[in-house]
Design a binder for this molecule. Sequence first.
Ligand SMILES: Nc1nc2c(ncn2[C@@H]2O[C@H](COP(=O)(O)OP(=O)(O)OP(=O)(O)O)[C@@H](O)[C@H]2O)c(=O)[nH]1
Length: 205
Amino acid sequence: MNDIKLALLGSQGAGKSAVLVRFLTRRFIGEYASNTNSLYHKRLSIDGRQLNLEVFDPCSESSEARCILEEPVDWADGFVVVYNISDHTSFINAKNILQQIREARTDNCKGEVDVPVCLVGNKQDLCHVRQVREDEGRCLAQENRCHFQEVSAAESYQDIANLFTQLIRQVMEHLKYRADRRRYSGSKSMAKLINNVFGKRRKSV
Ligand SMILES: Nc1nc2c(ncn2[C@@H]2O[C@H](COP(=O)(O)OP(=O)(O)OP(=O)(O)O)[C@@H](O)[C@H]2O)c(=O)[nH]1
């Protein structure tokens, strides 16, 4: 069984919990107790594979939430970065978060492919008071080579289910790529070792 770890990041009130709870329960719950960090677990089956999904939903006010970006972004295999389309400040914050993820991952995993990220513009139902155009979101996602989706946690389940499913597929591919790379570099160094030992012997014969 695969373990997949995701983290939701974004401004306070952007709707991180609403998006996640919509995905996990299909329901929209208007208000959440949001003064603690939460770790959600769910068993899923995607493309016939059983998965253990863990999702970290930090409370934006807590210092632990800030830690996840201050420490190398090692815990999560993928990220959902949420902003509120009716709040431009939350979009600027999402931009900073994307940059921090990229920088942290570049420092840690030199030469590796990008960590899977999905940028989510939430509260699409509030488009009459929109402060962030859809193409601005799309453009930011392109700059950061990540997937983009506008959703309304209040009104729709399907878009949110699709984005999580797509992100999880990407994470599975990414984990497989990393495992293959490790195996390959492991077998390369083993071949080097064998060569060093037996190659030298052959020379002396
Ligand atoms: N209109 C509308 N309101 C939403 C939507 N999603 C969330 N909300 C509301 O926005 C507020 C904040 O939602 P939360 O899910 O608690 O936001 P959060 O990002 O988890 O906030 P913190 O836990 O404080 O970081 C709540 O009042 C939600 O009911 C949406 O799609 N549309």
